[in-house]
Design a protein around this ligand. Structure first.
Ligand code: ADP
Ligand code: MG
Length: 489
């Protein structure tokens, strides 16, 4: 018997958020729509110009390196990666080869090979309806971080989780917006399948890999990898070889297709750029690691852990980790409730992750825009949670109050009072109602006493109706049950 074991290694590029480009003073503005505005002789590769290293970009990569526990280089340098393409005016890309800024490290259980810094190319713009391609140099020389994983990922889910976690990290660190649809984060997936003889071989054996490019969403990445695993497995089952090649992903056909022959690293004729100084990082105060470490924000996995330890549902925790505005709101509410108030924290999380999120999505849809503010204050939200915890209001009513407050109803307690949503706390009138109901429904009472459990629900329903819904059904059920407990047989 053989097993077919897939292996995936990812190479991820991210455009870094900096004021200026990687080696010149031109603006780094991904939102610029006019072509060739943010350019200068350096990023247009005019002869005689000299590059200067952007410290901010270096710092960004160091932050990522520290967050993933990688080894930060002491010595580092930039190399020329030589190849010809119209979007590369110098005829080489400044990148890092032998001495990357970061080596090793780990993210979400996936071992990293390296993280280095390079420059982006210009963008080729294919004019629709013509055979013309024009070049926009706004992107030429934008700082680009490249992160490479070891070939240790063995499923589509794992690959997707890794890429999403990296996106979160980049956003938390504020080093990249990492929007895949905008090309700010670009994922290349290397995929192989190994045929493994269960008796003789370890599962670390690697098959021949292909590299898939052009993946501009997480979904596309996941579908492309799944498609490749299937395709390669089929070939191996038929005793056919997998050809090492670079593939593109055709979103329309949902299939991979051969793209170009990949150059080996020898073809790039890498060599250290003679125009840039090599760096002894430890000697440059701007790059002092203790300082960068001290300024590190709470990281996605730390935040996730903090939420999990509050005892909330893991889906809720994930929501707050991914949508930081909701997370910040939850944090505010928890601070008001006190993190020791686990009942309150759980209820609050429930209402935020379900009801409040639904309200926000509705607003977003209606205004076909982004809801920038949470439509209720943490204080008012907390007041609603308190009302329900104190048994003043039913959960159904609490949800109504929440909705009303997001529409400007003001103080939740006053609103609840004004709309007769507060429960009838007068236990005298409760027991009067119960007396009446028991008296008028003696046969139902008899059914319950003889063991017909559903009879109690009928009585609860009658009482609720009598009280016009202003009562807690759980409390009613308890009261009724205590009065007419079934006889023990
Ligand atoms: P190349 O020389 O083709 O660029 P590298 O060894 O530099 O290959 O690896 C590039 C990426 O491919 C890395 O992310 C690595 O984990 C991944 N990779 C390497 N070999 C395999 C394999 N057999 N199967 C899947 N991924 C692989
Ligand atoms: Mg490589």
């Amino acid at each position: 018997m053989s097993d077919y074991v897939p292996t995936i290694g990812l190479e991820i590029h991210a455009e870094l958020k900096t004021r200026t480009k990687m080696f010149c003073g031109s603006k780094n503005d991904p939102d610029e729509t006019r072509p060739n505005v943010n350019v200068c002789p350096v990023c247009l590769a005019h002869p005689g110009t000299l590059p200067v290293i952007n410290r901010e970009a270096v710092k960004h990569v160091l932050k990522v390196g520290l967050a993933v526990g990688g080894k930060i280089a002491d010595y580092t340098e930039f190399d020329r990666k030589n190849y010809f393409y119209p979007d590369l005016p110098k005829g080489y890309q400044l990148s890092q080869y032998e001495y990357p800024l970061v080596s090793g490290g780990e993210l979400g259980g996936v071992a990293l090979t390296r993280i280095h810094l390079e420059e982006d190319t210009a963008s080729s713009v294919h004019e629709e309806g013509t055979n013309t391609t024009t070049i926009d140099f706004n992107r030429s020389g934008v700082p680009l971080m490249e992160l490479v994983t070891e070939p240790v990922i063995h499923s589509v889910e794992e690959a997707g989780n890794f890429a999403r976690e990296l996106q979160l990290l980049l956003r938390y660190l504020g080093v990249s917006d990492a929007n895949m649809e905008k090309g700010e984060m670009r994922v290349e997936a290397n995929v192989s399948v190994a045929k493994i003889n269960k008796k003789q071989e370890t599962r670390n054996k690697l098959g021949t890999k292909v590299e898939i490019k052009n993946l501009n969403s997480f979904k596309a990445m996941e579908r492309a990898v799944a498609h490749e695993i299937k395709r390669q497995t089929k070939r191996l089952e038929r005793n056919e070889k997998v050809i090492q090649e670079t593939l593109g992903w055709d979103e329309g056909k949902q299939a991979t297709f051969p793209q170009r022959v990949k150059e080996g690293s020898a073809d790039y004729r890498y060599f250290p750029d003679p125009d840039l100084p090599s760096l002894m990082l430890s000697e440059i105060p701007d790059f002092a690691l203790e300082e960068l470490r001290r300024a590190m924000p709470e990281l996605p996995w730390e935040r996730r852990q903090r939420y999990i330890s509050l005892g909330i549902k893991s889906e809720d925790a994930e929501l707050y980790v991914r949508e930081r505005k909701l997370g910040a709101f939850f944090d505010e509410v928890v601070a008001l409730l006190g993190s020791g108030n686990s009942k309150g924290v759980l209820l609050a999380s429930n209402y935020i992750a379900n009801d409040l999120v639904k309200i926000i999505r509705d607003i977003e849809q209606r205004d076909s825009g982004y809801q920038s503010e949470i439509p209720i204050s943490a204080r008012n939200f907390k007041a609603i949670i308190d009302m329900q915890l104190e048994g003043k209001i039913l959960s159904r009513s609490a949800k109504n109050v929440l909705l009303a407050c997001t529409k400007g109803a003001g103080d939740p307690l006053i609103y609840a009072e004004g709309n007769s949503l507060l429960l009838n706390e007068d236990s005298g009138s409760l027991s009067a109602t119960i007396d009446q109901i028991l008296e008028r429904n003696s046969s139902v009472v008899a059914d319950y006493k003889s063991g017909k459990a559903a009879a109690l629900e009928f009585l609860v329903g009658l009482a609720m109706k009598e009280l016009r819904g202003a009562a807690d059904p759980i409390k009613l059920r308890q009261l009724l049950d205590s009065r007419i407990k079934p006889e023990k047989s």
